[in-house]
Design a protein around this ligand. Structure first.
Ligand code: BTN
Length: 271
């Protein structure tokens, strides 16, 4: 259990002292402030940093989310981390990586706080109708031997509800806001990295049906009537029916009944 008044300082030594992983976090860079941990991790990748390198920041000045959004990243309260993965291969495994990351975050949140989170396709973690964590996967050199994927995770930990900017107050939450106590971020990060390593090992090189089913069991998007915002201001509406073998969302379009395969898009729940 990571619930605590954070007696332990959030330092690289504290995090590494708690690590039980084989590779993830064995090389760890903790910065007081970065533009974006994903940017730093991609730069480290370009200069040869090993598989499993983790970049953490106390604060991000240009934290980014999916679809060009900003990730609110104030100092000292939350987790902002990026994990560098090498030998990532190709195909379905790659498409499942961000989804599996969302699943690992969900399990960590559940184990730490006893909360019952859900997943909004592809990899948002929610408590009820509020988002607690998001995942941003970025890559370089795919299709070459030097291919890398950087998985960035933002998890709201100790930020109070009143500290979110007004526009996020109704739609975002944190562990502390939900559980009513503060959490030890070093312990949380160590648990998250262990969970991630288990998920990544399980999906190499194929995504086992059991993991896909587990993702589906937590995915609140399935069975919903949704509006999907696609590129170039296009939207479609329909019923989210299934997750495909390569991690896409299958939507049955209202009216036409056509089955559409969504690989990137913003999902709004209509009911
Ligand atoms: C989303 O839900 O839109 C994804 C949010 C991802 C935020 C994390 S915080 C750590 C890493 N660095 C970034 O700039 N973004 C990701």
């Amino acid at each position: 259990m990571a619930a605590a008044a954070e007696p332990r300082p959030f330092t690289a030594d504290a995090i590494q002292g708690l690590l039980r992983t084989r590779a993830l976090g064995r090389e760890l860079h903790l910065h007081p402030r970065l533009a974006s941990t994903n940017t730093t991790a991609l730069a480290l990748a370009a200069s040869g940093a090993p598989h499993g390198t983790v970049v953490v920041a106390e604060e991000q000045t240009a934290g980014r989310g999916r679809l060009g959004r900003v990730w609110h990243s104030p100092a000292g309260e939350n987790l902002y981390c990026s994990i560098l993965l090498r030998e990532v291969g190709s195909g379905a495994w790659l498409s499942w990586l961000p989804l599996m990351t969302g699943l690992a975050v969900l399990k960590t949140v559940h184990a730490a706080a006893g909360l019952q989170p859900s997943l909004k396709w592809p990899n948002d973690v929610f408590i009820g109708s509020r988002k607690i964590a998001g995942v941003l996967g970025e890559s370089a050199g795919l299709g070459t031997p030097d291919a890398v994927v950087v998985v960035g995770i933002g998890l709201n930990v100790n930020i109070g509800r009143e500290s979110f900017p007004t526009e996020l107050r109704a739609i975002a939450t944190s562990l502390a806001a939900e559980a009513g106590c503060r959490f030890d971020r070093a312990e949380l990060l160590a648990s998250l990295l262990l969970e991630l390593e288990a998920c990544y090992t399980a999906v190499t090189p194929e995504v086992p049906a059991a993991l896909r089913e587990e993702y589906g069991a937590y995915c609140s998007t399935l069975g919903r009537q949704v509006r999907v915002s696609l590129a170039e201001d296009r939207t479609i509406e329909g019923r989210a029916e299934a997750i495909t073998e390569d991690g896409a969302l299958r939507v049955i379009e209202s009216g036409s009944g056509r089955a559409l395969t969504i690989r990137t898009g913003d999902i709004l729940y209509l009911r």
